[in-house]
Write a protein that binds this ligand. Structure first.
Ligand code: AMP
Length: 456
């Protein structure tokens, strides 16, 4: 199957060829013809599958057939974070470079006036985060009455971030007769409700198993004492000679502290999170992409929208509070067909979180003790929460705490777990992941206690 066979015109086929794409990815094969014929879409696609081109190419194709000097935008893409919005806008520009259509991104955290100027000049496609878009609507700086296609990208993440009311308000401003596309990596009841409410007889497509991790990603979890995680991270970076490592922490403070500590150990590292200015984030990302920065430490929200293909390693320095975030995190590696490694450093306090992830992804992540970092069996699990303003961790299937907008606080990252649930580690023993264990060091006997964190 080629891009031309999917019904895209020459200008678009040439542009994707320039971008180095030779064949469409599975989501593109499925989504492009459906979007071209005007259908609503309920699409399950994880990050890294090529989903952006899956909606951007047919939107450009449809708009090019009705060219007009746009006084009001005709396609609207809603995204959870500024980075993702900027990324999607950049993709529209890449794919639409041989067309006369224009696009722009509007998001918070930067001045609104330059965005207003661009909108005044007229654009065909607007990519927006919900909060800033509503600000612009409130100031009557954008007219949404001519939107023909709306995309809710990473809809699960937008709901996680508490955007449901903003989304509802925005959708109410759009024409009733329109095409609506919803993309989500995971399918919760809330996502299904959103789809039922806003999509009209949608076509459903899905390219990865529901709530599953991308299979080409090799996953491993290293049990380690909570106080030795940083030391283990440095050890792993040096032992494997890793470059371009994306490291996740739960909190902004944790991200800052870890980046500083890594730098002190001689490893170039920077943190990105919601408290950093847009300029600082863009700089850090730029350095990371150009590989002059070895480690980027990020919180979940800041990491959304980072598009670096074939990122070799993602490290979960701390497991996420919400299991779905694990899927998003490790989706940063193994993108568009390239393999990758997802490494988690798991202390005894996080056993419950690991079990949640394994339950959600229906996989058991191999546990490997790194020689020299064996967990101390005397250390007892502690509740993960020692931070101020802590909120209880949401259970699966219950509504998430309302978080601040993408441009602002990262309330969910700061939510902390109140119940350490030390007894919830999956009981089934499983063999160690042979290839990855340090051969030079003694390995626990197969089946002896491979899923153990320190309680002997
Ligand atoms: P996305 O899932 O939209 O974030 O895309 C992930 C990555 O895959 C991006 O770096 C895209 O540039 C790249 N990509 C998208 N479609 C293709 C394709 N057909 N062939 C190769 N790479 C692609």
């Amino acid at each position: 199957m080629s891009f031309a066979e999917l019904g895209l015109s020459e200008e678009l086929v040439l542009a994707v060829r320039d971008a180095g794409y030779t064949v469409p990815t599975p989501i593109q094969v499925q989504a492009i013809p459906l979007v071209l014929k005007g259908a609503d879409l309920f699409a399950g696609a994880q990050t890294g599958t090529g989903k952006t081109a899956g909606f951007a190419l047919p939107i450009l194709e449809r708009l090019r057939h009705t060219p007009e000097r746009a006084r009001a935008p005709r396609a609207l893409i809603l995204a959870p974070t500024r980075e993702l919005a900027a990324q999607i806008d950049a993709s529209f520009k890449v794919y639409g470079k041989y067309l006369k259509l224009t696009s722009t991104a509007v998001f918070g955290g930067v001045g609104i006036n330059p965005q207003i100027d661009l909108l005044r000049r007229g654009v065909d496609i607007v990519v927006a985060t919900p909060g800033r878009l509503l600000d612009l609507c409130g100031q009557r700086m954008i007219d949404l009455t001519r939107i023909e296609t709306v995309v809710l990208d990473e809809a699960d993440r937008m709901l996680d971030m508490g955007f449901i009311h903003d989304i509802t308000r925005i959708l109410a401003l759009l024409p009733k007769k329109r095409q609506s596309l919803l993309f989500s990596a995971t399918f919760s009841d809330e996502i299904r409700q959103l789809a039922a409410k806003f999509l009209d007889h949608p076509e459903s497509i899905e390219v990865a198993r529901r709530n599953s991790t991308v299979e080409i990603i090799e996953q491993v979890a290293h049990p380690v004492d909570r106080e030795r995680k940083r030391e283990l991270l440095v050890h792993l970076i040096e032992k494997h000679n890793w470059f371009q490592i994306l490291v996740f922490t739960r909190t902004k403070h944790g991200a800052n502290r870890l980046a500083e500590q890594l730098q002190k150990s001689g490893i170039p590292a920077l943190a990105i999170h919601g408290n950093k200015s847009q300029g600082a984030r863009t700089r850090a990302l730029g350095e990371f992409k150009s590989a002059s920065l070895r480690v980027l430490v990020a919180t979940d929200i800041a990491a959304r929208g980072i598009d670096i293909s074939e990122l070799p390693v993602v490290v979960n320095f701390e497991l996420p509070q919400v299991a779905e975030d694990y899927i998003h995190r490790i989706g940063r590696t193994g993108r568009a067909g390239a393999g990758g490694n997802a490494v988690a450093l798991v202390c005894i306090d996080e056993k419950g979180l690991l079990a949640d992830i394994e339950r959600l992804t229906k996989t058991q992540i191999p546990l490997e003790i790194v020689p020299g970092f064996e967990p101390d069996p005397r250390i007892k699990a502690e509740p993960l929460q020692k931070q101020r303003g802590a909120a209880p961790r949401p259970r699966q299937g219950t509504p998430r705490p309302q978080a601040a907008r993408a441009g602002g606080k990262e309330a969910r990252s700061n939510a902390t777990r109140t119940n350490a649930e030390p007894a919830r580690l999956a009981p089934a023993p499983k063999p160690l992941h042979g290839d990855k264990t340090d051969k030079a060091s003694p390995r626990p006997k197969p089946g002896s206690a491979p899923r153990r964190f320190g309680h002997r």
